[in-house]
Design a protein around this ligand. Structure first.
Ligand code: CP
Ligand code: NVA
Length: 304
């Protein structure tokens, strides 16, 4: 589903033209340089933030992003709303459209997110579903641009689960033209799902060989508590795996980190780990995503 000019939803990277995504990232870099004198682009505008799962980074970064640029936020968990009771997504979408200027929602069921977007006249931003996490990958690519100076042509390696974050990385590989090798246990491979510039392997050492960027995420995403993790042991990012990578390779993780599971303390303690820069860039990326989405409300960032 492609966005209409009227309502600029941010639901999946593949919905949005590549040149638009690149302009949003350029704007994020620009806004980072203005961290302490942020333009008041969102003066008088409101963002509803709704969560059906825990969040530290997504909640904080969107809230600070809105407020630093002059806007307001309203935060609710899904349990506090009628949405988990009898009220329909359709009615919720219509009503929120009368109150606020955009909705950022962490909604596990991606189909329900899409349904919400069909019943709003304001932008809906995907704050993570079970399918994807596009806002995270915008911050990740911004971080790679800072650390490596470019994204196209780089060799990125993913280790562990085939999850929401991995899928957004896989979508990004085709858009930004980098090579993504995903080292994923065989039982988790999904038949019929293919991505441009993405290769799958079960061999973590092979995926790490010469990689410029190594990425992982939790083996047990929220909602999967109790899942067996034995099959992930060969995919742990540890010093031995990092030693296979390019000498100046960086390590990334969307966080929260489960130390001693998907990554070891030793890796996190090295300069190769850029996880806190990556987390900070959520803030700057969020600002730029919001600025693009809020065009209908009169926001006109200079670079988009
Ligand atoms: N990376 C990320 O989305 O973190 P939170 O779950 O804390 O929002
Ligand atoms: N894959 C993780 C990401 C958390 C930010 C999850 O869905 O819980």
């Amino acid at each position: 589903m492609r966005h209409s000019e009227e309502t600029r939803h941010f639901l999946d990277l593949t919905d949005i033209p590549a040149d638009t995504l690149k302009k949003i990232l350029a704007h994020a870099h620009d806004l980072k340089t203005r961290k302490y004198n942020p333009p008041q682009l969102f003066d008088g505008l409101s963002l509803a933030m709704v969560f059906d799962k825990r969040s530290t980074r997504t909640r904080m970064s969107f809230e600070v992003a809105m407020k630093q640029l002059g806007g307001h936020t309203i935060v609710m968990t899904m349990d506090e709303m009628h949405l988990t009771g009898a009220e329909s997504i359709e009615d919720t979408g219509h009503v929120l459209s009368r109150f606020v200027d955009a909705i950022m929602i962490r909604m596990s069921d991606h189909d329900r997110l899409l349904e919400l977007s069909r019943h709003t006249s304001i932008p809906v931003i995907n704050g993570m579903t079970n399918r994807s996490h596009p806002c995270q990958i915008m911050a990740d690519l911004m971080t790679i641009e800072e650390k490596k100076g470019r994204v196209p042509g780089l060799n990125v390696a993913w280790f562990g689960d085939f999850n929401n974050v991995m899928r957004s990385w896989a979508q990004a590989a085709g858009i930004w033209d980098f090579n993504l090798t995903c080292a994923v246990p065989a039982p988790l491979m999904k038949q019929g799902e293919t991505f441009k510039n993405v290769r799958f392997t079960q061999d973590a050492q092979e995926a790490a060989a010469g990689a410029d960027v190594l990425v992982t995420d939790t083996w047990v995403s929220m909602g999967q508590e109790g899942k067996a993790i034995d099959m992930f042991a060969p995919y742990q990012v540890n010093p031995a795996l990092m030693a296979q990578a390019a000498p100046d390779a960086i390590f990334m993780h969307c966080m929260p980190v489960h130390r001693g599971e998907e990554v070891t303390d030793e890796v996190l303690a090295t300069p190769a780990s850029v996880i806190y820069d990556e987390a900070e860039n959520r803030l700057h990326a969020q600002k730029a995503i919001l600025a693009w989405c809020l065009k209908h409300a009169g926001v006109q960032p200079s670079t988009i």
